[in-house]
Design a protein around this ligand. Structure first.
Ligand code: PXG
Length: 443
């Protein structure tokens, strides 16, 4: 029987070099997960753990959804693999159509990848190739933002803005510049939803244009709400302003919605929430409920059509992956989108957002709390760092929370939260109450 017992007590942890993990610390005191259902994981010692983070911002429909796992099993049995270059299979086309159905108007084409990181690389490459195809090949600069996370490949790392993610890896891509981040704790601490101050930070894009000239700039990429760095909600009017400046200068605007896509803000995409149409949207995570690795780029017709001009026997874009649009991923994506639609999960966040906000902000005044931020079903609780030991306090909170049966994410000294969209009010109470207890227990 495959009951998971064979992974409950791994006898040697050395071979697996774990990602974004303090490997030696972890292996000295491992935290194992062995099963999951709906809002809960089962830990290696049998305890139930409330998932406050939808895995890593991805399990939007909750864990162990039979419709998704059965679709995957059926697909693997029927057509396990199909080449994706110069060949097709029906479900990849169908999934692209279903994504376009829920996408903001004008975003009508989908390029598949296998992760958010690959979606980002794909979008950046499409931006460069698009300008070249239109005879503006001098537009090669890419603009990211401080504190941004766009995955871990070299392009995404280059436009990314989290220092530790960059500094081990040399000079990265040339021709990249960064907008300032939008975190203004003096003015905006404890804002509920969109903060009032900071619109003027978008003007930094005009300064970058003045410095490099618009004719050298291909695209700006931003997370509509920065997730990984600890939930930085954009100031009121900020994204609209970025859109206006991009339009004025012929610069493409890419929204990286790997986290905000598929209902996190109570709308299908953050582009809908903010009422802004970017030229491309990168997706992953919630696309398959996190179950099968899959990423995608939603592309405007304007961009797509610019490639469809040469002789028909020519490959229009020299880009793609062995598993772009792979059958099992497509089946998982279709089953996931059906689940979201049937259960109203893409808009459920809108119904719960006020309750979520109220619950999170009830922690104002709890020990160590210096800021609380929220939007849709995203939230962050920022802690005062221990003097001389940044990150230690939040890490203690993470370990203590896990001991107490809660999964939270921490980044720096920030607790980041993003429950599955099936979350009920009682889970929110349990999560927030539990974090309050943790904050009182740690140093
Ligand atoms: N863009 C954004 C906005 C992301 O948040 C990626 C790209 C990369 O996706 P892949 O699938 O290549 O990992 C991400 C991923 C966290 C956390 O806890 C965040 C991510 C991944 C893992 C952990 O903050 N974001």
């Amino acid at each position: 029987m495959m009951d998971g017992s064979e992974v409950r007590a791994p006898n040697d942890l050395r071979a697996y070099w774990m990602p974004f993990t303090a490997n030696r610390q972890f292996k000295a005191a491992p935290r194992m997960l062995v099963a999951a259902r709906d809002m809960h994981f089962t830990a290696g010692d049998g305890r139930q753990i409330l998932d406050g983070t939808a895995g890593m911002w991805c399990v939007n429909a909750g864990h162990g959804r039979p419709r998704i796992s059965e679709a995957i099993a059926r697909q693997a049995a029927e057509l396990d693999y199909a080449p994706g270059f110069q060949m097709g299979h029906p479900k990849a086309f169908e999934l692209a159509n279903r994504i376009v159905d829920i996408a903001p108007e004008g975003l009508e084409h989908v390029f598949f990848a296998n992760s958010g990181s690959e979606a980002v690389e794909t979008a950046l490459k499409i931006a460069l190739a698009y300008h070249l195809a239109r005879g503006e090949g001098s537009r090669t600069r890419l603009i990211g933002r401080e504190r941004a996370y766009h995955g871990v490949n070299l392009g995404g790392t280059s436009v990314g803005g989290i220092g530790p993610n960059r500094r081990m890896f040399g000079t990265l891509l040339g021709g990249v510049d960064h907008l300032p981040h939008t975190h203004l704790p003096e003015q905006n601490a404890f804002s509920r939803g969109v903060p009032a101050h900071g619109l003027e930070l978008a003007e930094a894009l005009e300064r970058i244009v003045a410095l490099h000239d618009a004719s050298t700039i291909a695209a700006v990429i931003v997370e509509p709400v920065a997730g990984s760095t600890g939930v930085l909600v954009p100031p009121k009017g900020y994204l609209k302003r970025l859109r206006e400046i991009c339009d004025r200068h012929g610069i493409l605007l890419i929204f990286d919605e790997v986290i905000t896509g598929f209902g996190r803000l109570g709308t299908a995409f953050a582009a809908d929430y903010f009422g802004i149409r970017p030229d491309m949207i990168t997706l992953a995570k919630g696309l398959t409920n996190g179950v099968i690795p899959m990423g995608a780029v939603l592309v405007s017709s304007q961009i797509h059509d610019a490639f469809m001009t040469g002789p028909e026997q020519f490959i229009e874009l020299f880009h793609g992956y062995t598993n772009s649009g792979t059958p099992v991923g497509a089946a998982a994506g279709l089953a996931t989108l059906e689940t979201y639609a049937e259960e109203g999960l893409l808009t459920r966040g809108a119904e719960l957002a006020a309750y979520w906000e109220e619950a999170l902000h009830s922690l104002r005044g709890a020990p160590h709390v210096i800021d609380i931020r929220n939007l849709g079903l995203m939230g962050a609780i920022e802690l005062e760092p221990i003097a001389g030991a940044p990150t230690r306090r939040a890490y203690s909170a993470f370990v203590k929370a896990f001991e107490n049966g809660l999964l939270i994410r921490t980044t720096g000294d920030i607790i980041a939260l993003s429950p599955p969209l099936i979350v009920e009010k009682q889970h929110i109470d349990e999560l927030v109450g539990g974090i309050g207890d943790v904050l009182r227990e740690i140093e």
